[in-house]
Write a protein that binds this ligand. Structure first.
Ligand code: PA5
Length: 444
């Protein structure tokens, strides 16, 4: 099977190919630092060789757990935030029928909680769950994240009220650290089935651990193909610079950044990919945005957003470039019918597939944006399926590791995320925060 590919031709008009390829040595060094574990954050490199190390036996265990939930539950709620939810959400949305939430297709609906603290969201979710048989996958590496723990407390209480404590235990799976954290303690005490998030895999690089695999399997998708795709990309991204799509991507975005392009916009032409962009934004934003550096990761869904953000992209401040995810072959076929009266004037499209129109929109937009001063990278997926999504996500992970090292930061920590938590705990008067509470109250 062919691999996903990266096309850079529409960048060369802005930065000559030689200049981008001039980053080869830096990318090779970054690649070496990753593989030899000599760079910053080297205790978080477990994701690097992860796909190839996943055993059939382990995947069968995840599938068996998923099957247990699938048999009992109409709805499975995944409680998690950041890296503990976005990967699963991205893959499930990308592979699902857009309207599956309206249909009974034999699969449980996978819903998400613990990624916000909205009282309305939680109340509405719990009202829905009152009427459904449901289970919970609680995901938190630290086991102490407030959003997730709060949602889990509510969901667990509801489930126990509905089915009793003993039955609830068979419908709850916890995915967390091997030893540390409140979720580990709680799971041991309650006797939940658990999976471990390896110590050396950070949240946003964890989609190929049970964090992503279990919810994706519960939704009915082929996790073996997903992993197989990632394995193929792991091999491809170990190649030398010119054959390594992740290195080419890292080189190009660093070259553009050095030239004053401060914002990278990830573009798709299929709304199913919306959450792939959300996952990508977290991966790159949290990995690179530090030490007052880093491209700002933004995203648009086209052609939808051409009617909102299109104007800005075409003619706003020239500090942007685009990375387009292009799908060669859609799953479905819709042919535009001929209309005798042709009142809408669309007969010039009759007999064409909708995707032909979408592809011309994609091409026309690329030409317009390049003409407007927006460099354009393209990542081509032959199809949207488990195998190629597995490739895509690993490609982005590897690209992020290389890119972060070329930028000179630690792509595996997130020190800035703590600041809001400290203030929130101080405002909520969490025990241990007395001094911070007094200090912050004075500032209100
Ligand atoms: O990438 C990360 O490390 C973060 O986004 C975490 O995934 C997120 O903060 C959730 O953390 P936890 O899994 O510990 O609840």
């Amino acid at each position: 099977m062919e691999n996903i590919s990266i096309q850079l031709e529409k960048v060369f008009g802005f930065i000559p190919k030689e200049e981008i390829y001039g980053y080869a040595a830096k990318c090779e060094t970054a690649q070496e630092m990753l593989h030899q574990g000599t760079g910053k954050g080297n205790d978080f490199l477990g994701w690097l060789n992860l796909p190839g190390s996943i055993s059939e036996e382990f995947l069968n265990d995840v599938l068996a757990t998923a099957e247990g939930l699938r048999k009992k539950c109409e709805v499975v709620v995944v409680a998690g935030i950041g890296g503990s939810y976005l990967g699963a959400k991205a893959v499930i949305d990308a592979l699902s029928n857009t309207f599956s939430w309206m249909q009974n297709d034999g699969n449980p609906k996978v819903l998400f909680a613990g990624h916000n603290i909205s009282e309305d969201y939680l109340a509405e979710l719990m009202a829905l769950l009152q009427t459904k048989s449901f289970g919970i996958i609680n995901i938190s590496k630290s086991g102490t994240t407030t959003e997730t723990a709060l949602a889990f407390r509510l969901l667990k209480t509801l489930l126990e009220e509905k089915v009793g404590k003993e039955e609830a235990k068979t419908r709850i799976v916890a995915i967390t650290d091997a030893k540390r954290g409140a979720l580990r303690t709680l799971s041991t005490q309650e006797g939940y089935k658990t999976y471990v998030i390896p110590d050396n895999v950070g949240g946003r690089y964890s989609v190929l651990t049970p964090v992503g695999l279990l919810p994706i399997a519960v939704a009915g998708f082929d996790i073996k193909q997903f992993v197989a795709g990632a394995v193929a990309m792991e091999k491809q991204c170990a190649a030398s610079f010119e054959e390594n799509p992740a290195a080419l991507y890292a080189a190009t975005r660093n070259a553009l950044y050095a030239q004053g392009k401060k914002i990278e916009i990830l573009v798709n032409y299929h709304p199913k990919l919306h959450f792939v962009s959300e996952w990508w934004k977290q991966l790159y934003g949290e990995s690179e945005g530090k030490e007052n550096k880093g491209l700002f990761p933004a995203s648009v869904d086209l052609t939808t957003d051409l009617h909102s953000m299109g104007q800005w992209i075409q003619q706003g401040e020239r500090t942007i470039f685009e990375t387009v995810i292009s799908i060669t072959q859609p799953k479905e076929t819709v042919v535009i019918p001929h209309d005798e009266e042709n009142l809408d004037g669309l007969n010039f499209l009759a007999g064409k597939r909708v995707d032909q129109v979408n592809k011309m929109a994609e091409l026309g937009t690329q030409i317009a944006h390049v003409d407007g001063g927006v460099p354009n990278l393209k990542i081509v997926l032959p199809e949207l399926n488990e195998y190629y999504i597995g490739q895509l996500l690993y490609f982005f992970e590897k690209g992020c590791g290389i890119s972060g090292y070329v930028l000179g930061i630690n792509p595996f920590d997130q020190p800035g995320v703590e600041d809001y938590k400290k203030n929130m705990f101080a405002l909520l008067e969490k025990p241990g925060y007395e001094e911070a509470s007094a200090a912050i109250r004075k500032r209100l």
